[in-house]
Write a protein that binds this ligand. Sequence first.
Ligand code: FE2
Length: 414
Amino acid sequence: MTTTPIEFDPAYVASRSAPDAQMYYDEVNSQEPMKSVLANNPEIFFVPPKRGSEWGQWEFQPGAYYDTTVGSRHPYWRDKDLPQPSKNIERLRSDMRTWGYCKIEDALSSTQVRTMLKRVLEQAEGERLAGIAQKTPSGQNINCCVNKGRCFEGMIEQHPDVVQGGPLVEQLITEALGDGWICTSLIAAQSLKGGVPQALHQDQSNALDSNHPMTVNVLTPLTDIDETNGGTLVIPGSHLVLSEAVRNGVPVGKLPPAINVDAKAGTMVLTDGRLLHGTGINHTDTPRVVMLNGMNKPFMRQQENWMLSVRPEVLKRASPKLLQRMGFQATNGAQTNEGHGFGARGRVAEAAGALVDFRLAADRGEYVRVGQLGPDSTPAELREAFTLRDVVAKARADGSSAPVGIGGSNSASD
Ligand SMILES: [Fe+2]
């Protein structure tokens, strides 16, 4: 009888793994920069969510971060050259770099705004009637919008039929994130009277430090927003302060005050993933609707699990671009499916990395995965209708230039 070596015993491993013995303990477990943000800015405190029965009963604290106004009326900010609504790409780049956000004026035309707002309000009502409304501490969200109206498919694509400013928006996101970026989710966020303000936070993980963002959120108000109805709270320039603190290991000190973003419906507000921000308070009786459409680098997990959640009819009609945005395209060895997609660069419509046929086969109940095979497998077992065979054959027939699937270049072979 053999015994397992003592070094593999869980208790033994734990006994040799005190924090000071661990590799990279401080960095891996650091809660910076938010730890020092909260310690050195006591007016930034978390407002705990209320239960349904307590809706509207939270206590407004004067002087808290959410007790503020728009930049042009704020004593600290009114003389600063904060982001202005613009279609000028140089201005937008400069606002993004300096302040961590920019405002793309009229990115949606008034007709495009009306169409989408109508769909959002109808869907919100429908989800309430169905008893599946997704309440948030601030109001009601509609998640996974891609399944809930054609206009939302176009929004994820930034198709000019839905987002007239799409080409300009895409250029700015590509400059911020590099090629191949994908969409994390598309949510319609309603702030309602009685809701609590959201805690200030960064969208991108604290630990991901770089000189450029890893995520960019695209916030599109469908109703005009300002300090009265929950215009998004931001601390302009905080993207730089917080990332420098992480990079230099220096705690964040006293931050400048937050403001409410003001923007007309149809403006697209791009925010750097490092910017401190949160939902504001809606003091009015009208729902405040902002579309939240975040983008991230293709190696990062997405907020929405599109692989499971997208309805079959949406997948069947989806353009290659929409599929790529939702992650149905393997990228540089990420999100390969049974090995299909190694070598794909993640470009739109690259057959080598296209994954949607696996999902559609699964929907039909016909997805045959490759299982245990060996020298004793029977001819019938070897000839099984593995879905991988079909997908790779189709990719080859499509004449993809990149090596595909079986026997192709495999970047995992190190
Ligand atoms: Fe956020």
